[in-house]
Design a protein around this ligand. Sequence first.
Ligand code: MG
Length: 381
Amino acid sequence: MNKREFLKYSSYLIGGTFIGGNTALSIPSFAEMTGRKKQNGKIVLKYNPYTLQLKHTFTLATSSRTTTPVVLTVIEYDGIRGYGEASMPPYLGESQESVMKFLSLLNLSQFSDPFLLVDILEYVENVMPGNYAAKASVDIALHDLIGKLVMEPFYRLFGLNPAKAPLTSFTIGLDSPEIIRQKVAEAEPYKILKVKLGRDNDREMVEVIRSITDKPLCVDVNQGWKDRGMALEMAGWLKEKGVVFLEQPMPGEMKDDIAWLTERSPLPVIGDEAIRNVKDIMENKDVYSGINIKLMKCGGLNAAMKMINVARAMGLKVMIGCMTETSCAVTAAAQLSPLADWCDLDGNLLIANDPFDGLKIVDGRVTLPERSGIGARYMYY
Ligand code: MG
């Protein structure tokens, strides 16, 4: 008997009991009806380091790299596995060592019920400050586990319509014109491209892309510009080049300059590196037009949902992004995509050794898998 048949049968029994006034009818438990035996009623956390090999050297305004360290997590309960991931881009200050150290401090077996998500995440949050990628790896695995236990995709438990997922962009890093042409060709299924700027050849980069495609662009400067006058001039030029928005044009500390730019810019200005959590949104509410939410910055789906609600209450645009990470964390973030104005969920496509299968991009939009939990399938079991 599957879950739906069980629920139908249970409600029939309840209805029968109510109408007939016969209290002698007993309702069997879920375990009795499904035949699933409780293994030990304990939540068990396991984790392993993994190194992502990038398809292309990933160059930003401030760094360049060919690998990204991650830690993959598994939370087991009642014979069911929930998968999670911590991805550590250099600027967040976490490493495989720090994530595994943090995870080794957790005692999730003290909880007998994974549905106590709020209690468990509150415990995890208070074990040590910071460590948000590590915390995200627990949050994602728990959401995956809960979805699998009730046999529903998590977006359905959030009450979200997957058909409302916005267009998602594909990132083109800083590179030679030849490689840029190759990357633009790879980005064929995407209807928006994201270009990384912030060096001395910004206009050349945009011109090269424009010579190949007229798709809308979004621009991420990764804090690379330092002069607000120049940033405003660039914003005007980029608008003419079909750019949709401008992400983190200057360092987060240059609040007054960014607020000045946002007031005058013909393009919306989105905060990324400067916005990690709800407190950052409150402190920057007059600085940006919108925010880029990433699970690795905020600590997972639970925190991301709070950020979306706060940002919307303040009239800010919402973008959902990711780091270079496997289809596990990217598909988890995608569960929230129907709530966003824009998505930038291509981190899994930038790597050559993705051990998960998850979201797909169809006609430029995020298409969520119809699988329980966060919808990512580990391909080695
Ligand atoms: Mg960014």
